[in-house]
Design a protein around this ligand. Structure first.
Ligand code: SF4
Length: 445
């Protein structure tokens, strides 16, 4: 038996915030075994790389990270463990292709980490993808700043968008039991902002409870005294119903913000993408949301350059943005992913054209976001302090209309500010993405 308590573990988490939650659970497993966790990779005896693989770019990043870690192998490094989406989907290719990796685990094999390591220390390379045990835990080692955390409420997806590999990697939609999620949220301790994530947050409970259950879950979650506010990401448009809108309106702990990935605005392209909804249904939904919650901030993501998309359809998407007046958006060039239905479509758009369309969409949205932010100049905005920005020599935080990492920030001066506390910041300017200001009592030296 190997004495793992003498080993130091490092972890590199690639990809999205959902993967980050999986990484945090893995770290908890390591800690429960009595092992030390280090954030200095050069000190790690066992390095876990939790990968993402749903886009070509993510796979490239994962492979470069693995190869890079192996090439710069410190004298301390004994084992490299690769987990998550990349081995889950591509183990056939990478087991022989990445001989520097000692252990491979898929998305539902994390609980077998130590068994796999035991085998590996006996001299074997280990592939437990699809053969290990699922890690079920309601505790995590947080890797976010301590005042906010993500809560992953489900895994997998049933939507089968024609450009997306996720259902093939992570399987059908599976909600996690509400009681377990409440316990997990409670175990996080004091959290100023809890951010709900899943491939499709709004579908929560349909598999497990036979009906939409997000509102019931939100009502229960917001009774927890350690959770000050809850933010919703990744809501599929046609799953946002009157009940959910009313809950966002009436529940003071729910941030008046919603992320609705729309992906396109034009009906013909949406159909090719196998997305439910239409330009008009999206505009109707936005109208309904704003009538119920006038201050609501709506963020979205869009893909341009989907096969056969014309310049006119991209221009129509620009017009949609002008009409929809979303708070903030991310735009992505379509990525042609093998093993997806869209891969086979004729009419692939050249790379340069896709990049140009992304720039065009960003330019339109930037003006809209700027107008939105300009409306706060001279006004006081409630800001959650995320810490100090040492480059700008001021505090940095976020208003209700900004989620961490994907939206703009508020850079502000204050005599004093504490991470995780809210401050009233008077906004003096913005650049169309970030805002700048100071607390009312700030005294410049
Ligand atoms: S909703 Fe579509 S894009 Fe999102 S994870 Fe599911 S299949 Fe992929």
């Amino acid at each position: 038996m190997i004495d793992f308590t003498s080993k130091k573990f490092g972890l590199i988490s690639l990809g999205c915030d959902k993967n980050r939650v999986d990484s945090e659970k893995l770290l908890q497993l390591v800690r429960d075994r009595g092992c030390e966790i280090t954030d200095d990779e050069s000190l790690a005896n066992i390095l876990i790389i939790n990968t993402c693989a749903f886009l070509n770019e993510a796979r490239k990043e994962a492979i470069e990270t693995i190869v890079g870690c192996a090439a710069e192998r410190s004298e301390n490094l004994e084992k490299i463990v690769v987990t998550g989406c990349l081995p889950q989907k591509y183990i056939g290719e990478i087991f022989d292709g990445l001989p520097e990796v000692d252990v491979f685990l898929g998305i539902d094999d994390y609980a077998s980490l130590f068994d796999a390591l035991e085998k590996s220390y006996r001299g074997d390379r280990v592939n437990l993808v699809g053969k290990g045990e699922e890690l079920i835990t309601d505790r995590r080692v947080l890797t976010t700043p301590c005042h906010y955390a993500y809560l992953k409420i489900a895994d997998g997806c049933n939507n089968f968008c024609t450009y997306c590999l996720i259902p093939k990697i992570r399987g059908r939609y599976r909600s996690y039991e509400m009681e377990k999620l409440l316990k997990e949220a409670e175990n996080l301790g004091e959290v100023s902002e809890l951010i709900l994530v899943a491939q499709d947050v709004s579908r929560y409970g349909t598999d497990l409870y036979g009906k939409k259950f997000l509102v019931t879950f939100l009502k229960n979650l917001t009774t927890l005294v350690n959770i000050s506010s809850v933010r919703l990401l990744y809501c599929y448009p046609d799953m946002i119903d009157d009940e959910l809108i009313a809950e966002i309106r009436d529940n003071p702990k729910i941030v008046k913000y919603i992320d609705i990935p729309l992906q396109h605005s034009e009906d013909r392209v949406l159909k090719l993408m196998n997305r439910r909804g239409s330009r008009q249904s999206y505009l109707d939904l936005l109208k309904k949301l704003r009538e119920a919650v006038p201050e609501i901030a709506v963020r979205s993501t869009f893909i341009t350059g989907f096969p056969t998309e014309t310049e006119e359809e991209c221009d129509a998407m620009c017009d949609f943005l002008r009409e929809a007046r979303l708070t903030n958006c991310g735009f992505f060039a379509y990525s042609r992913e093998p093993d997806t239905p869209a891969y086979k479509l004729a009419g692939q758009v050249p790379y340069g054209v896709k990049r140009r369309r992304v720039r065009k969409l960003y330019a339109v949205q930037r003006q809209i976001s700027k107008q939105f932010l300009d409306g706060f100049i001279g006004r006081s905005v409630r800001v959650l302090c995320d810490g100090i920005d040492y480059e700008r020599n001021c505090f940095v935080g976020r208003a209700y209309f900004s989620a961490p990492d994907i939206d703009g920030k508020v850079y502000f001066n204050a005599n004093e500010a504490v991470q995780g506390e809210w401050y009233d910041v008077i906004i003096t300017s913005d650049d169309g993405y970030d805002m700048f200001g100071a607390t009312g009592d700030f005294e410049d030296e």
